[in-house]
Design a protein around this ligand. Structure first.
Ligand SMILES: Cc1ncc(COP(=O)(O)O)c(C=O)c1O
Length: 489
């Protein structure tokens, strides 16, 4: 029997449940015996395996039994040196990954359109980020990945960089020439850390893009919960080369993760690995066929267009529909919600749907969804106007005011329309997809002002930007020279 048929942690939990044991340990619900009167027994089954580090159930932070075996099976499946279960999402993976490679004042190259956890990690490390602006796709109207050229320039400017942090694929499933970028970084012995939160299924091969692991990245983080059947927060971190100090990574994981990690989440990670390991070619063919039919049906609706990846190469589990009517992406998303279709995200132009990694003969309501969408959109007239062209300036930028000097500045509120040329004192993130438009400490350019106004006018939601509703923004004003002097001493 293939080792991948085992589900060691899950099986150990089920064995423990069968014992009808009496719990005198945490958690306080005592395997579900004590529950809230209003909980309608929804948690009942789950609570029976929501246990703690009991004999036979191992310890995430010092694994020697079933958790160790489960993590080894994960590493074997992904063909990496080490794999770790994460119970706080790719968020904690990014934190541990980045903190393990850099320290205060170390230069780290970062793809600008990254998740906020990447930026938080760099801030915690007090490292010196150099932001690499990604390319933009004109049709999708979204940022994609970094070009080989920008990475080449950044490395020649900052050969001392401790690492390069990349995001692959982007939220919409778009990929780029990661292989060349990794090759380039490795020529200079710079480790490549990849936030592949959205691509844990890429190791399945065609039609999915190559995985960052297969392309040689040194460390890779996966949100198993995003595209595999794992529970929310369940993620993986993989070490794929000797450039990485494994002990440091382990140390940060135990610093950053709970000392009471959820066995339910960990069991779902074990199950998700098993699900992926047993995915067959016939499953891929079935899934591909379902997705092709789904997209074909959607494309019959005149007021939307299913976007195709450049060179047809991207994550087929993601389906992006672009509005071809006067509705913005946000308005389109709202219409879909009115008919019970909840999507992953919207932007001013698009709505993103994430499809399930179906196996042969598994049903999902794809065609029911199509007919509901058709019904709600049938009377909406086609309207398409080519909008302004987004271009990438190919910028390599750094913070105008570094992390440790923020506290030396006073802050002021300015009207957005007059904020260009000032330094932003807050991070503004259109959400989802959680990619910062403006970072604290960054120069507010005319271009950023117009992007912000555009997002506001088309109904985007934001994290940060406490006075955006009044068309205002926080900026750094006067510096306290005494504080700056103290910092230098
Ligand atoms: C690219 C990217 N990285 C990291 C994260 C954080 O992942 P998690 O929700 O698993 O913590 C997200 C979440 O949306 C993401 O899109």
């Amino acid at each position: 029997m293939s080792k991948q048929n085992r589900i060691p942690l899950y099986e150990a939990l089920i064995d423990h449940r069968r014992k009808s044991s009496i719990s005198f340990h945490v958690p306080g619900h005592k395997s579900g015996a004590i529950s809230h009167q209003q909980s309608e027994n929804i948690f009942e089954d789950i609570l029976r395996i929501d246990v703690t580090e009991l004999t036979g159930l191992d310890d995430l932070h010092s694994p020697e039994g079933v958790i160790r075996e489960a993590q080894e099976l994960l590493a074997a499946l992904y063909q990496v040196k080490n794999s770790f279960f994460l119970v706080n999402g790719s968020t904690v993976g990014n934190l541990a990954m980045i903190l393990s490679v850099c320290e205060k004042d170390d230069v780290i190259l970062v793809q600008r359109n990254c998740h906020k956890s990447v930026l938080n990690a760099i801030k915690l490390a007090k490292a010196h980020p150099i932001f690499l602006e990604p390319d933009y796709n004109q049709e999708w109207k979204t940022a994609t990945g970094v070009s080989k050229e920008i990475v080449e320039s950044a490395i020649s400017l900052y050969p001392e960089a401790k690492a390069i942090v990349l995001t692959y694929p982007n939220y919409y499933g778009m990929v780029y020439d990661l292989k060349s970028v990794i090759h380039l970084a490795h020529l200079h012995n710079i480790p490549v850390l990849v936030d592949e939160a959205h691509g844990p299924h890429f190791i399945l091969g065609e039609p999915f893009p190559a995985s960052a692991i297969q392309l040689g990245a040194d460390m890779v983080v996966h949100s198993a919960h995003k595209t595999l059947p794992a529970m929310t927060m369940g993620s993986y971190l993989h070490i794929n080369s000797n450039r990485i100090n494994t002990n440091k990574v382990k140390d940060y994981l135990q610093v950053l993760q709970s000392s009471s990690p959820s066995y339910v989440i960990m069991a779902s990670l074990d199950l998700a690995r098993h699900y992926l390991a047993r995915y067959q070619q016939s499953d891929i063919e079935y899934l591909n066929n379902e997705i092709t039919l789904f997209k074909k049906e959607l494309n019959k609706i005149q007021s939307i267009k299913v976007l195709e990846y450049p060179d047809s190469y991207g994550d087929t589990l993601k389906v992006t529909i672009q509005s071809r009517s006067k509705l913005s992406g946000f308005e389109l998303q709202k219409r879909l919600e009115e008919i019970g279709i909840y999507t992953e995200l919207a932007d001013p132009y698009n709505v993103l749907l994430i499809l399930p990694l179906l196996k042969q003969n598994q049903d999902f309501l794809l065609f029911e969804a199509c007919s509901r969408i058709r019904e709600i959109l049938v009377d909406i007239p086609y309207h398409f106007k080519e909008e302004e062209v987004l271009t990438s300036s190919g910028n390599i930028s750094e913070l105008a005011i570094p992390y440790d000097k923020w506290s030396c500045y006073e802050q002021e509120i300015k009207d957005i329309s007059t904020a260009a040329g000032f330094i932003c004192a807050e991070t503004i993130i259109p959400y989802p997809p959680g990619i910062p438009l403006l970072l604290t400490g960054e120069l507010i350019t005319e271009e950023k002002v117009s992007q912000l106004e555009h997002l506001k006018n088309t109904g985007a939601r934001f994290q940060g930007g406490s006075c955006l509703d009044k068309n205002q923004i926080n900026i750094f004003s006067k510096a306290d020279s005494r504080k700056i002097r103290n910092l230098k001493q």
